[in-house]
Design a protein. Structure first.
Length: 213
């Protein structure tokens, strides 16, 4: 089932259904870095990445072997005592596993050999920039906060950062009725009640119960 959470909120809590709770969404937005094609790398490092990795050198093979990422495509076991010569033969035959981690290790080893490895000067590797310094400061000082706690029972989804799905009900039974009728998970009233009641102690202790299954 989709991820659901039960929350205790005031009965007159009126945050729009299906809209992420404002306390979970930082209003001081970041922008995509315009300088590094969202890679986070400096220009020279990006240039190396764009050429691809057809031929490995021994220092690159050593860097991969050190983190046990030099693996054959079919067995997914690390190669033993790999030499660049052997690895290149296997690679040309399509027998070396090339994933994101391998590309990262290769890029770093190669760019370091050329003495150019480094982050984008504009975003410092974060791939994010800000409209201005004030927005940046506000973004970093902003903290998440929970909705207010109250007597009501409300069903939330946690696929996004979190939004309410149901009205706030005065009793857990009413919420179970509503959930059985309206929630896409297909659980019946008794199943909802069981989940809600199992979590009752946790609900009272923290106001939140995870129903993810
Ligand atoms: Zn950048």
């Amino acid at each position: 089932m989709a991820h659901r959470t039960l929350k205790r909120v005031p009965l007159d809590f009126d945050w729009p259904l299906g809209q992420e709770w404002e306390g979970y969404v930082n209003p001081h937005k970041t922008l995509d870095c315009p300088s590094c094609d969202m890679t986070g790398y400096n220009e020279a490092t990006r240039g190396i990445a764009s050429k691809g990795f057809d031929e490995f050198t021994q220092d690159e093979v050593d860097a991969l072997a050190k983190v046990e990422r030099l693996r054959s495509n079919d067995t997914d076991t690390p190669l033993e005592n790999p030499t660049a010569e052997k690895v290149n033969v296997l690679h040309k035959a399509g027998l070396i596993k090339i994933d994101e981690m391998v590309r990262y290790v290769l890029l770093k080893a190669r760019a370091e050999r050329f003495g150019v490895y480094g982050y984008c000067p504009e975003c410092d590797g974060s791939r994010e920039v800000f409209e201005d310094e004030e927005t940046k400061r506000l973004h970093h000082s902003w903290k998440e906060y929970e909705p207010p706690i109250g007597e009501g029972w409300q069903l939330w989804e946690t696929v996004s950062d979190g939004s309410p799905l149901s009205p706030a009900f005065a009793s857990v039974e009413e919420l179970a009725d509503w959930s059985a009728k309206n929630d896409s998970s297909g659980l019946n009233r008794e199943q909802w009640l069981e989940l809600f009641r199992e979590g009752k102690e946790a609900v009272e202790a923290s106001s939140i119960m995870s129903l993810s299954k």
